[in-house]
Ligand binder design. Structure first.
Ligand code: NAD
Length: 501
């Protein structure tokens, strides 16, 4: 491990305009009708950071009414495509210009190091450009018919979309919902996570500055049980676009069933495996990928590989290679540019991760490295990268989403067993296969139900990264997100049949 970065002054600067957390409705910041406050604590220091309103049914009613009026009068969805494109491109430029400040807001509130480029505000800006360009790229269908009928299908926006997002990549997750929703012509009410409200709110202000008509993009900060539930059950919300845990994702389906059968997309949790074969694959490249992914955002990423399934013969060698790389971190305050490994998001999350670590040996797991807290003198919620071997596939650390830097190693003998183990949790988000054999690659891709990456960890970023879409399996959620197919999730197919005979 390299020297901790704490002690040097954080250098990131935050835009003054981004510091007020209040509902943004019909283009203006309003007072919440709730007088209750939720305290946000800095995960890097454990010190009080800010208070936000817990939010209320009335806040949600006002925001939904604002979005409904804006949708019904067509101020956005009926605007010329050229206007919509220019507005979203300007919006992207403003996000890019303020990206360092947005990253600093997120780092301060939820602990993602500002040095981490993955899914940061600059990436969010580039994603908005992608959807700006997509505005006139989706067309409808024309069906074969007879001489007297003309049968066609239009793609139309759902109407009012409630976007409910988590804290782990606040700016990027906001834009991943809001940009395709707007590009498809919808009006939006965003509910950021209570642990990271400011960047989403600031992003909505930048949209207004870019020329998005008032009322098209509203924000209601607050808690899940207040604002999230009120949006979920609202009869005037047409779609819930949710990202978060599988437990709350299931609530979204219940809310829809208890109210107006609104459309639900839910991108939820994961317990993704790396599967490494002893067939001559480059073990250094595999170890690089496994370690880098586990360290990303301190393991707080839905799709990271937290299970290492390794073929017997190379188990010891690979564990050694991965462990040596996991020591290579600079832990510290997320606002310090030198930090590569920040804190976990809250004291509660830190305690949860430590509980998994402390109880794993009771189920037979053997600690290889880590297993404790780091930098406790800072008051921050730092947990060391941790590896367990001999992990039973049915143990809690092999089955449940820990959301921390904890890797469980289990060995396998052949492809059949590897496929069975890969599919053996409730989740189905991503799998990473490391093999030198094309035949094994294809066999694994066909046998595993999640998205599969062969000798690679991610396709994020420009180009294919923005254009690709994915659909989770099992209890990792439902619905397509990303790319043009993801934009279609924000549209309905309306059939138009004309008898002209
Ligand atoms: P979470 O489910 O606790 O919260 C997500 C959002 O739902 C937050 O805005 C929260 O306030 C709201 N919420 C909480 N309880 C609610 C309720 N009762 N009713 C309505 N809304 C409620 O998740 P989190 O802790 O913010 O984020 C971590 C989770 O997100 C992990 O499980 C992770 O895997 C998942 N995630 C998934 C993806 C993906 O693309 N699949 C991406 C990022 C994060």
């Amino acid at each position: 491990m390299q020297t901790a970065s704490n002690g040097s002054a954080p250098t990131a600067s935050i835009s003054e305009a981004a510091l007020e957390v209040r509902p943004l409705i019909e283009g203006d910041l309003r007072d919440s009708t709730s007088e209750d406050l939720f305290e946000v604590v800095s995960p890097s220091t454990g010190e009080y950071l800010l208070s936000i309103p817990t939010g209320s049914q009335q806040d949600v009613d006002r925001a939904v009414a604002s979005a409904r009026t804006a949708f019904d009068d067509g101020r956005w969805c009926d605007a010329p495509p050229s206007f919509k494109k220019k507005t979203l491109h300007r919006f992207a430029d403003l996000i890019a210009a303020e990206a360092p400040s947005l990253d600093a807001l997120d780092a301060e509130e939820m602990g993602k190091p500002i040095s981490l480029g993955f899914c940061n505000a600059a990436a969010a800006a580039s994603l908005v450009h992608f959807y700006a360009e997509a505005i006139d790229k989706l067309s409808g269908d024309l069906f074969t018919s007879d001489l007297t009928n003309f049968v066609t299908q239009r793609r139309v926006p759902h109407g009012v979309v409630a976007a409910i997002v988590p804290w782990n990549f606040p700016s990027f997750n906001t834009v991943l919902k809001v940009a395709p929703a707007l590009a498809a012509g919808n009006c939006v009410v965003l509910k950021p996570s209570e642990l990271s409200s400011r960047s989403g709110l600031r992003i909505a202000q930048l949209a207004l500055e870019a020329g998005l008509p008032q009322g098209v993009f509203n924000v209601v900060p607050g808690l899940g049980e207040t604002v999230g539930q009120a949006l979920g059950l609202h009869h005037d919300v047409d779609m819930l676009a949710f990202t978060g845990s599988s437990m709350v994702g299931k609530l979204m389906l219940q809310y829809a069933g208890q109210s107006n059968m609104k459309v639900v997309t839910a991108e939820c949790g994961g317990k993704s495996p790396h599967i490494v074969f002893a067939d001559g694959v480059d073990l250094d490249a595999a170890a690089d990928g496994i370690a880098q992914l586990l360290l990303l955002n301190q393991g707080q990423v839905c799709s990271i590989g937290t299970r290492l399934l390794v073929q017997h013969d190379i188990e010891a060698t690979l564990i050694e290679k991965v462990s040596s790389r996991l020591h290579n971190i600079v832990p510290g305050d997320a606002l310090d540019p030198k930090t590569t490994f920040g804190p976990l998001v809250t004291a509660k999350q830190c305690a949860k991760v430590m509980q998994y670590i402390d109880t794993a040996p009771e189920q037979g797991a053997e600690l290889v490295m880590g297993g404790g807290r780091l930098l406790t003198e800072t008051g921050g919620y730092f947990v060391a990268p941790t590896v367990f071997r001999n992990v039973s596939p049915t143990a809690g650390i092999a089955q449940e989403e820990i959301f921390g830097p904890v890797l469980s190693v289990t060995s396998f003998k052949d492809t059949e067993e590897a496929i069975q183990l890969a599919n053996s949790t409730q989740y189905g988000l991503a799998s990473y296969v490391w093999t030198a054999s094309l035949a094994t690659s294809m066999k694994m891709a066909k046998g595993i139900r999640s998205s599969v990456f062969i000798n690679a960890c991610a396709m994020a970023g420009e180009g294919a990264g923005h254009a690709l879409s994915s659909e989770p399996a099992g209890q990792s959620g439902l619905g397509t997100e990303g790319g043009l197919a993801g934009m279609e999730s924000y549209m309905r197919r309306q059939l138009v049949g004309i008898n002209h005979g």
